[in-house]
Design a protein around this ligand. Sequence first.
Ligand code: HEM
Length: 337
Amino acid sequence: MSLTTPSTAQSKPDDSIIDASEFDSPGFLQDPHPLYRRLRNHHPVYHDRLHNQWHVTRYWDLVEVFRDEEAFGTRPHSYETDGVLGPTMLSLGGAEHAAQRNLVSDALVGRKLDAFTPIVRDVARSLVEGFADRREVNLTQQFTSQLPIRVIMAMLGLPMEDFALFQRWYRQFMMGMGWADDTRAVALAARAEYEEYMTPFLEVRRRTLGDDLTSRLIREGVPDPAIKTFVSLLLSGGGETTDKAMGNMWWHVLQEPELVARLEADHSLLDAYFSETMRHSPPVHREDRGATRDVELAGVAIPYGAVVRCWLASGNRDDTVFDDPDTFDPFRGDLYS
Ligand code: HEM
């Protein structure tokens, strides 16, 4: 008689099988990197039939999507952003996008940004002076969440005494950019309040033009509704991203005394510390594109009209591009590759 002994070894779950509901799970929100890794390894361009979206997770495929504006356009009128802020330039493509961008890009891109350095310094210094004598500080509450909104308000020439209002509006706008009805309702109420505030503000500014970005938009003849949308885009886009990016950087650095010591000795290292934060822990994980025609990516057919989710944070952990990608290391050789 022959006996078969049952195997006691637990069979490993097959990590190539993706359940699209994982994208909605608390585990994914907490730490999306395990799912990104499985997608990169097994389904770099994954058609998620539950949400009817195509997910792109490898570095070079992402580069291909972002470079090919003809096949992968911006998605017109995103419910998430435009639903709260109005039709922003994020949803525009081609000539329309270029026209909006040109209105401000020479003030906001490259060396022209140096003009804002004194504002950034002044705001940063006054915030630090507010807590410099304390033994403990909540860096996100007292610094990272305050600096960007104050700087953007200064750029736009908005009255700094209304900082608390703008900070609340920006938070409510950000929370409303999802699909939940309750936060969306709060965001729309905030939007109405903001519009009511901005109407007389723009009337006065029209009579007292200055050097700020709002005055520049008025001079260029941009209509008031478009200025309101643009200002709210800068507050939301520029505020949230910069706040979280700074917070993430200090979270990494302050846990490593050696990183702190090296930074104290050489402030120019901040560039590498920040770049590595943007690679390892970026504040924006995803950008969406829309297929403007049937197109193939990494051997996968993507149909006209498809929503293409571009997971930037996954591309930054692609081990065919970055060595040991899950480790935060501002001194890595491939940081600027
Ligand atoms: C670490 C900080 C930041 C990150 C990670 C970030 C990220 C992004 C991303 C991913 C996009 C979308 C690009 C696309 O769809 O192709 C974007 C667009 C934009 N961001 Fe930022 N951003 C940051 C800071 C800022 C700041 C400080 C401002 C302004 C004060 C700003 C203003 C804008 C504007 C106006 C756009 C639209 C540009 C366009 O459509 O041409 N961002 N940003």
